[in-house]
Design a protein around this ligand. Structure first.
Ligand code: UDP
Ligand code: MG
Length: 139
């Protein structure tokens, strides 16, 4: 059975462009409940660890420097089938391929600066949520 939480970040491009409120509104109006949320500026070490799975990819260094270029909003979201439904809501990694009405279609400019993160599995959603939030910060 699919799980009921996913993890998201509103990335520095979207925060910097003033889209935080619009993106949160889309998330909430699509049935996700916020179970934890924080506004933070990632260190290089923290961003590098979060994206360690991509450390061999050619875009890794640029990704870490982009993710530390400004503050982000990190959140735990709850909904039935949260991981898959949120991936549908955010759209394809490359905004040029993201379906109309998806968050990346509406608010992202490029494949690297693509507005939002969404977990890719229930297992990673649990790992990512715990990476950012202590038991006192999630509900
Ligand atoms: N990314 C990039 N260039 C690429 C592929 C990915 O800069 O060719 C960045 C982009 O910010 C993406 C993140 O690396 O969101 C993680 O990549 P992944 O393949 O996991 O995409 P996602 O799960 O975010 O859609
Ligand atoms: Mg991914």
């Amino acid at each position: 059975m699919s799980g009921n939480i996913t993890f998201t970040m509103i990335k520095p491009d979207a925060v910097g462009n003033g889209y935080t409120g619009k993106i949160l509104d889309l998330i909430i109006s699509n049935g996700f409940k916020i179970r934890g949320m924080k506004f933070i500026h990632l260190s290089e070490a923290k961003a590098g660890e979060f994206y360690a799975v991509h450390s061999e990819r050619p875009f890794y260094k640029d990704l870490v420097s982009f993710m530390t270029s400004g503050p982000i909003v990190a959140a735990i979201l709850e909904k039935d089938n949260a991981v898959a439904d949120f991936r549908t809501l955010i759209g394809a990694t490359n905004p040029a391929e993201a379906a109309p009405g998806t968050i990346r279609n509406l608010y992202a400019k490029s494949i690297d600066a693509n507005a939002v993160h969404g977990s890719d599995s229930d297992e990673n959603a649990a790992i990512e949520a715990s990476f950012f939030f202590s038991a006192f910060e999630r509900f």
